[in-house]
Ligand binder design. Structure first.
Ligand SMILES: [Zn+2]
Length: 63
C-alpha cells in the first residue's frame, strides 16, 4: 500500500495555494506571479529613512 500523494511534485501556489501551472511556476497563474513581482518591487522601493538623516552632514550648507 503506497499512500504517497500524487501531488507531491506539484507544489501549490505560494500566494493562493492553488496547484501551480508549469508556465508560471511556482505560481498558479500570471496574476499571482505578477502580484509576487509587484510585492518585491514594493519592498525594494520602500527604503526607510531615519528622521534627521538629512541633517548633520550637509556639504552644501557650509560655505
Ligand atoms: Zn496563485
Amino acid at each position: 500500500m503506497s499512500a504517497e500523494p500524487v501531488s507531491i511534485k506539484a507544489r501549490p501556489c505560494p500566494l493562493c495555494g492553488k496547484s501551480a501551472v508549469h508556465d508560471f511556476r511556482p505560481f498558479c497563474s500570471r496574476g499571482c506571479r505578477d502580484r509576487d513581482l509587484n510585492g518585491w518591487f514594493d519592498e525594494d522601493y520602500r527604503i526607510p529613512v531615519p528622521p534627521g538623516a538629512d541633517e548633520g552632514d550637509d556639504p552644501e550648507g557650509t560655505p
